[in-house]
Ligand binder design. Sequence first.
Ligand code: BYC
Length: 471
Amino acid sequence: MNIDYSEKIPNNVNLSNDRRLQRALERWQPEYLNWWNDLGPDKGKELEVYLRTAISVEKEGWAHFDFVRMPEYRWGIFLAPAEENRKIGFGQHLGEDAWQEVPGEYRGELRRLIVTQGDTEPASVEQQRLLGHTCPSLYDLRNLFQVNVEEGRHLWAMVYLLHAYFGRDGREEAEEMLERHSGDPDKPRILQAFNEKTPDWLSFFMFTYFTDRDGKFQLASLAESGFDPLSRTCRFMLTEEAHHMFVGETGVGRVVQRTCDLMKEHDTDDGRPFGGIDLKTLQKYLNFHFSVSCDLFGQELSTNAANYYNMGIKGRYNESKIQDDHQLYDSAYSVMECKDDKISMAEVPELNSVNERLRDDYIDDSELGLRRWNKIIEDAGIDFRFSLPHRAFHREIGQFASVQADPEGKLLSQKEWDSKKEQWLPSDDDHEFVQSLMIPVTEPGKIAGWIAPPKGKINRQPFEFEFVRFH
Ligand code: BYC
């Protein structure tokens, strides 16, 4: 299932057999390219970047590495191979054939899910627009651009579905994807985390660790969908999402490593005076990005989510591996509840709590990186450990939005919160300090003072390789 790059829009969906669709997408293409030029990576225009491009969607050999001039990057439409006789795996249509067309009665819900997913992709590119000016190394700059072009392609994936399956309103939604912008007061992006700023590289690494991980769990749930084209699209997108989280996990890990090295070298418990990002500040950034990303899972009890599940259009994480009836009409699930100023556990109908279950899976998965970062600190013999804040901490969606809680989950009065929040979330001072470290390093093999070089290579190319060529 190789991808044909001789076409105007590279694809593996036989686009040339459907002239109408091809023409519609070719009309959207220049608008997309205008958006990329205006709001994509600011530094990208004159560069040649060592990028990975998909040439096939098969498990083996889909990646091809080469230098690409940024404006010439070829975005396209790639679906994972079809699974023969695929059946719907959950909800009221359990066991029926997966749909190859949109079921009319679920059209509105499916469109909404695809639009919400699609909206996040260009949003993240907009958020990261200026980071190229302050890259800590060419290796990191290359990773930023790799992430950005893939997010651009993920937008293409959702826009393809809208154009191919939703007719006129799909085309309108595709236009609007380029009209909403991250942080725009009049036309913001749909989900709040995508309106936050990503002003520095520490925020970028935290974002790709925590917020891209929401992407992993949402895409995996959509990959379970009974609407087969959505499932196939998301399955391919997931392969790329893994790299984004790797950038985040190793990025934060390298910052931790550098700080620990500085602390040992100078025999101090504070790396900040020596140009490292102190562990306390790292914990504050972690608290912020984790809590904002927790909001992305929606309400704990959600009839929207129950409907999506029952309709068979959005499942649970690893649905097929779960041992139950995959319908959830009679089962219960434990969720945290905030009642009478106390947090306790409550048994609720499982069907209504699929958002919360996904958040639980997400939180478990998020822990794994913290363990690796803590191992770096432990190996350095330093007495400090990162921890994830309680899910009630700093929330704006769901039942905890109306209360304030500390990172341990102790409920606080508004006054207590106001007086203490700078202990837990980055203050203006912290932002300024981190920003002061963001001095670009663009010489091959050199790296900024606040982060350690990577241990791994990219396609066997060592850190010293000239990953980005300037013209
Ligand atoms: N912000 O019933 P509920 C990624 C609204 S990231 C604002 O819980 P639902 C990526 C909600 O719309 C993955 N509003 O909602 C990462 C609803 O409004 P209505 C993106 C919010 O629908 C990095 C009301 O509150 N993909 O790929 O069950 C870089 C009631 O809430 C928010 C998806 O999100 C919020 N955070 O859950 C690049 C998958 N949360 O109906 C990319 C598709 C809730 O009262 N989206 N509301 O008007 C979904 O599955 C669902 O829309 C959500 C929300 C899980 C997000």
